[in-house]
Design a protein. Structure first.
Length: 432
């Protein structure tokens, strides 16, 4: 972004995997105290966050042992039998696109192996998929600020992909490899080009890198990044976009007739909707800010994406209609929101959150589509980002560096926090 591909990918946004630390309240120990020692005193400490209220049966789907130095930003196929994702083949430092069965068998690279890629997504009829790649134009990436100065005719690019990871590990865009130093895509889409308000002057390991001594953090955007369609039957690629500038963070509409994506074709990073063959692109967003990581709602009548309209570097989650005339922010605060994705009910959105006013921990949060209610889903000290639900709402899949692993990989769990139609089941735990 969905680079965020946060997850830098874009981009080359690296997953903020190494980020750890967020204060989590501890249960009180008052049971050992007698009433005579502490008469009429009731503890106000917050209970520790309980991930088991939200998901069960957590398992890791990808690993270094599979020849994937890092992997992330994964999406389900319509039948929930396969996933597509981006990963570094062993010994390389560019993402390639893979398809794999949900049980871990049948791993196959579907991109060319040349250049970089990001933001893959299955067609709703499962006969083909789309992703962004730069194998036809291998110009080097530009930093976001540089690209903005040059204008859209240059090349910025980068993939928004996403997952967190090592030192290059910054939030991905779609966010570009969030956490990977590349893009956090996630679609979560794009990445903040400026240091978020409240971010520490010296970022912790894994945070976005400061470029050129400037004040901002930035990720790379590849100017030659374009969107391609891959057909499974003949294993052929077809180029869908032809603009000079980054085109990526793409996803199909539920009926497969449209594509939503992020582009620098008009200088600023904006959201566009086109026909599924890339024809008739229409610009949806117009306000200044990095608009990226878009996805259609399950009903196909709205889109969700992330943007920074204030210039603070703190991305917020927005919802809009398909003509761009009803944009609404459902988050609006001084923390970082990235990689939003719809629950199949269309009533909730899951996203990645971090607060740079303290040592940030990247965790998953769930919010109602009108912004009225929010819940914390993960609390592990490792990076958690680029979340997606299965089409039936049974599974939650995301990119993580939990359990002390050295690089971001893909995890999946049985999701029990909501019913498929969006009724809240999880008992509220510590949301701090």
């Amino acid at each position: 972004m969905k680079a965020a591909t946060i997850v830098p990918s874009f981009l080359t946004l690296a997953l903020f995997a190494s980020l750890t630390g967020c204060d989590r309240g501890s249960p009180t120990q008052d049971a050992a105290k007698t009433s005579s020692q502490r008469p009429h005193v009731q503890s106000t400490a917050m209970p520790e966050h309980d991930e088991s209220a939200w998901f069960h049966n957590l398992r890791q789907l990808t690993s270094v042992d599979m020849g994937l130095d890092r992997a992330g930003e994964a999406y389900f196929d319509p039948d929930i039998k396969r996933i597509c994702f981006q990963a570094y083949p062993t010994g390389t430092d560019d993402y390639q696109i893979y398809v794999m069965n949900l049980d871990g068998t049948g791993l196959q690279m579907v991109s060319t192996g040349i250049g970089g890629t990001t933001c893959s997504y299955f067609h709703p009829r499962d006969q083909k998929m789309i992703f962004a790649a730069n194998h036809d134009d291998l110009r080097p990436p530009e930093e976001f600020e540089t690209y903005r100065k040059i204008g859209a005719g240059s090349h910025p690019g980068g993939h928004p992909g996403g997952h967190p990871g090592s030192e290059a590990d910054a939030p991905p865009d779609r966010e570009t490899d969030a956490g990977q130093g590349e893009h956090l895509r996630g679609h979560p889409g794009g990445h903040p080009g400026a240091k978020p308000d409240g971010a520490p002057s010296t970022p912790p390991a894994g945070a976005p890198v400061r470029h050129g001594g400037g004040r901002g953090y930035a990720w790379k955007y590849y100017p030659g990044m374009e969107i391609y369609e891959y057909t499974f039957a003949d294993q052929q690629l077809k180029r869908l976009t032809h603009s000079d500038g980054y085109d990526a963070e793409c996803a199909y509409s539920p009926d497969g007739k449209l594509i939503v994506f992020s582009s620098f074709r008009d200088d600023d990073q904006e959201i566009y909707i086109s026909n599924a063959d890339g024809s008739d692109p229409r610009r949806i967003t117009n306000a200044p800010g990095r608009d990226g990581g878009p996805f259609f709602s399950p009903q196909g009548d709205r889109i969700v994406y992330r943007s920074d309209h204030t210039g603070s570097g703190n991305l917020q989650v927005f919802i809009n209609n398909l003509t761009g005339t009803d944009e609404k922010a459902i988050t609006d605060n001084k923390s970082f929101h990235w990689c939003p994705y719809w629950h199949p009910s269309g009533k909730w959105i899951i996203y990645t959150h971090a607060d740079f006013r303290r040592r940030p921990n990247f965790d998953l949060y769930l919010i109602r589509d009108d912004g009225s209610e929010q819940h914390r889903v993960t609390s592990d000290r490792g990076f958690d980002g680029l979340p997606v639900f299965s089409p039936n709402g049974r599974y939650l899949m995301w990119t993580s560096r939990r359990n002390g692993i050295d690089s971001p990989q893909i995890f999946i769990a049985d999701f029990v926090g909501l019913t498929p139609d969006g009724i809240l089941l999880a008992k509220d735990t510590n949301n701090e």
